[in-house]
Design a binder for this molecule. Sequence first.
Ligand SMILES: Nc1ncnc2c1ncn2[C@@H]1O[C@H](COP(=O)(O)OP(=O)(O)OP(=O)(O)O)[C@@H](O)[C@H]1O
Ligand SMILES: [Mg+2]
Length: 236
Amino acid sequence: MSDPLLKVTGLRGGYGGETVLQGVDLTIAPGEIVAVIGRNGVGKSTLMRTLTGLLKPSDGRILFNGRDMTSQSADARARGGVGYIPQGREVFPELTVRENLLVGEVAGQGRAKPDYDMVYRFFPILKDRSRQRAGTMSGGQQQQLAIARAMIGNPRLMLLDEPSEGIQPSIIKDIARNVRTLNQETGVAVLLVEQNLDLIVSLADRGHVMEKGRIVADLGFDEIRSRQEVRKHLTI
Ligand SMILES: Nc1ncnc2c1ncn2[C@@H]1O[C@H](COP(=O)(O)OP(=O)(O)OP(=O)(O)O)[C@@H](O)[C@H]1O
Ligand SMILES: [Mg+2]
């Protein structure tokens, strides 16, 4: 494997006194799409928040692009190329589409010029709706906006937390296609947290299974494409 883009070792952390992550190891090469799958409440979003810098780890190391970013702020990580699309999307409902995208520009400052042409090529609806308030759009459109907001900062790694949640199956297919094309065109690596079988199987190159704050199994290319194999780790 080439030099990893992200290398996480022994990561522990959680909320106040409650430790959720019990020592997570994870490596992502440039351009890879890696899924973290697992049932509700196992710590997937906690892992994402700890990687963005929104939560401080109590132990472990996060190397990004060869540099230790364990104690960097969330802002510094975003400027360094870590894009985040939170679970539930969290677009600013009162701001317009265009204003939401402006927020994403901050992440790329000093590193890249915001490429609106590319964003609008992927998500033409965002151009048509640039003056619409984000909160008045459908779930699928808001998800596109959340992905676009991360893209505008030109990330090297996108942390994508359950993009399919609350979205109709036909739109889930669009999300998978868009993320795949983005990955191919820009080389952005993706860490995908998901519970939706179709999205996992159609998008990920490989995966990890999480249980109670630990990675308990690794799924290679053939396993992650097998509905039967993936389903085992999702159902109760
Ligand atoms: N803000 C918070 N404060 C305190 N505890 C939290 C907070 N958010 C999550 N937790 C707890 O941390 C644990 C892991 O939650 P987390 O949200 O990481 O799970 P998840 O795997 O993302 O679940 P889901 O698939 O439902 O999104 C759970 O026990 C949860 O109750
Ligand atoms: Mg979650």
